[in-house]
Each structure stands twice: as C-alpha cells, then as structure tokens.
Write a protein that binds this ligand. Structure first.
Ligand SMILES: NC(=O)c1ccc[n+]([C@@H]2O[C@H](COP(=O)([O-])OP(=O)(O)OC[C@H]3O[C@@H](n4cnc5c(N)ncnc54)[C@H](OP(=O)(O)O)[C@@H]3O)[C@@H](O)[C@H]2O)c1
Length: 273
C-alpha cells in the first residue's frame, strides 16, 4: 500500500510551474466512444469521479489533464474542482473537437481562441495553466500554419500560463518544442521514438509531459506484477521528463500508480535499451 511519502514534484521546464511526477488523465471521466482501451468501462458517476479526484489530491497529485475532445470531461472538472482551483495545475487542449462520435480538427486562430474561452467557462476558471494544441498527427503543418502564435497571444493576455503541443511525430515535435514552453509526448516500454524530443526539451529548458505510458493499458494488461514498476522506472527515470499522466478511474490502480511513481529508481534505467 502507499505510505505517507510525498509524491515528488518537478519543474515543468522553465515555466515556473511545479508538477507532481504523476498526473491524472481524465479521458475516462467524459468519453467512452472512439477510445482504444483494452477493456470496456462505464463513465464514473459524480460521486465516483469526486472520489478519484479527492484520492489523487490526497496522494499528492496536483496535475490534471483534460481536453475539449474528452466528451464532457472539462465541464465535469469545472464542478468537481470547485473550491480547490488553487490546488491544481490544469492542462487542457485546443484544436480537436469530438462530436457525435467523430473527431475533427481546426487550428485556425479564431477557433483556438473560441476553444480556450469555452474551456475557461467549462472549467469555471479565469486561467488555464497549460494549454496544448491537440494534434491530429500533422504536427509540422500545424506549427507552420502559426497555431502556436495564437497560444502565445493567449498567454500574453493571461488566459493561459504555458503553451505547447500534444504531438505525434518526432520531426513536428521538435519544431513545436522550439516554439513553445512544453510538450506532451508518447513514451513507454513499447514506443520509444519520441525520446529524441524529450532530449531536445531537456537541453532547451522545455517541460515534458508524457501520455500513454502504459500504452493506454495494453502494457499492464499483457504484463505481470512487475510491469507497472518497470514502466514507471522507464519513463520517470528518463532525464528531462517532468510528469507522466496516467488515466485511471480505478482507485486501486491510482494508489498502485502513485506507489510505483514514488518507488521509481532513476539511476537503474538503461535509457537506450
Ligand atoms: N493529447 C493527446 O493526444 C492524448 C492522447 C491520449 C492520452 N492523453 C492523456 O494522457 C492520459 C493517459 O493516456 P491513456 O489513458 O490513453 O493511457 P495510459 O495512461 O497509458 O493508460 C490508461 C489505461 O490504463 C489503465 N490503468 C491505469 N493504471 C493501471 C494500473 N495500475 N494497472 C492496470 N491498468 C491501469 C486504465 O484503466 P483503469 O481506469 O481501469 O485504471 C486505462 O484504461 C489520458 O487520460 C489523457 O489525459 C492525451
């Protein structure tokens, strides 16, 4: 079981934001269609969702990740985080919409601005800590079209504190990192290509948030009792990683994840294996 050790926090690059080494992903609070999890699930009701958030907070998690594309996740968080806004670093996104079971993307300045203003209303807050472009995989094209300039404008206006992209390619990820404060990348025991982007971010003082560290649950569902700890060691031990965002609606998994994150042994990992 988790002991009373504090969950460490790390700097998110040079943003001045400190994030717990484990973040809470909230896809499963708002969306059960078009997802790639190994098992079917039921979206938690309000009391179950409140219990997961309270447990995460109690265990030392201060980072919560959402997006307009995660169904009603933002709206639910707006209610669930009421009265505790200052305890959380909220990461949301813009550029992907999920309507009637279909995703579509729009990275135009007008859409990005409207999306962030809508996220502020849904989240019931006047600032979002981290705002990422929610890439469809055309990372380079999105950056070249100037979408990060729009986020920089919103940052200057005080609506968001840090800019970045949730990217899918090494080439586009490197370009996005050049023009933003932090990145959200996929990195896990099975998908290691984006390590090149993590290395660049570390050298340049950019924050790194990892998504899918369990390959959306496929790694743990196929692994044994040691797989979770191996995964946590692998990702949190990689130099430059600020936090790993794991999606869970299961309190036992949340406790296990925090315990594994606390136990990660930075020096034991062979980075290039
Ligand atoms: N920006 C993007 O493009 C993007 C894309 C994907 C994800 N994300 C963000 O990153 C977060 C994480 O990604 P993800 O949810 O796809 O993948 P993930 O964190 O690798 O895996 C989540 C899955 O693993 C299961 N799980 C969690 N802890 C476990 C444990 N200790 N033992 C066994 N199974 C466990 C969860 O099921 P239970 O609920 O049963 O625990 C869930 O189905 C998302 O919630 C989202 O916030 C962002």
């Amino acid at each position: 079981m988790t002991d009373m050790k504090t969950l460490p926090r790390r700097a998110l690059g040079n943003t001045g934001i400190q994030v717990s080494i484990l973040g809470l992903g909230t896809v499963k609070l708002g969306r059960d269609r078009g997802v790639k999890y190994p098992n079917a699930f039921t979206i938690p009701d309000d009391s179950e969702a409140a219990a997961i958030i309270a447990l995460a907070r109690e265990l030392g998690i201060n980072l919560i990740d959402t997006a307009p594309a995660y169904g009603n996740s933002e709206e639910r968080l707006g209610k669930l985080l009421k009265g505790q806004r200052q305890d959380w670093i909220i990461c949301s996104k813009a550029g992907e919409e999920f309507d009637a079971g279909e995703s579509h993307h729009d990275f135009s300045p007008a859409h990005l601005r409207r999306s962030v203003e809508r996220s502020l209303r849904r989240l019931n807050t006047d600032y979002i800590d981290i705002l990422l472009l929610h890439s469809d995989g055309q990372d380079r094209e999105i950056v070249e079209a100037g979408a990060l300039h729009t986020l920089a404008d919103l940052k200057r206006e005080g609506l968001i504190r840090a800019t970045g992209m949730s990217s899918k390619t090494v080439e586009g990820g490197l370009l996005a990192a050049q023009h933003s404060d932090c990145m959200m990348l996929t990195y896990n025991l099975q998908q290691r290509e984006e390590a090149a982007v993590i290395d660049y971010c570390r050298e340049q003082g950019k924050g790194v948030l990892l998504k899918k560290i369990l390959a959306s649950g496929h790694i743990t569902s196929r692994g044994d009792a040691s797989t979770l700890q191996q995964s946590m060691n692998f990702v949190l031990g990689y130099p430059g990683v600020s936090s790993a965002i794991v999606g869970t609606i299961n309190p036992t998994h949340l406790r296990d994840n925090v315990e594994a994150a606390q136990n990660n042994k930075r020096k034991r990992v062979n980075w290039r294996q």
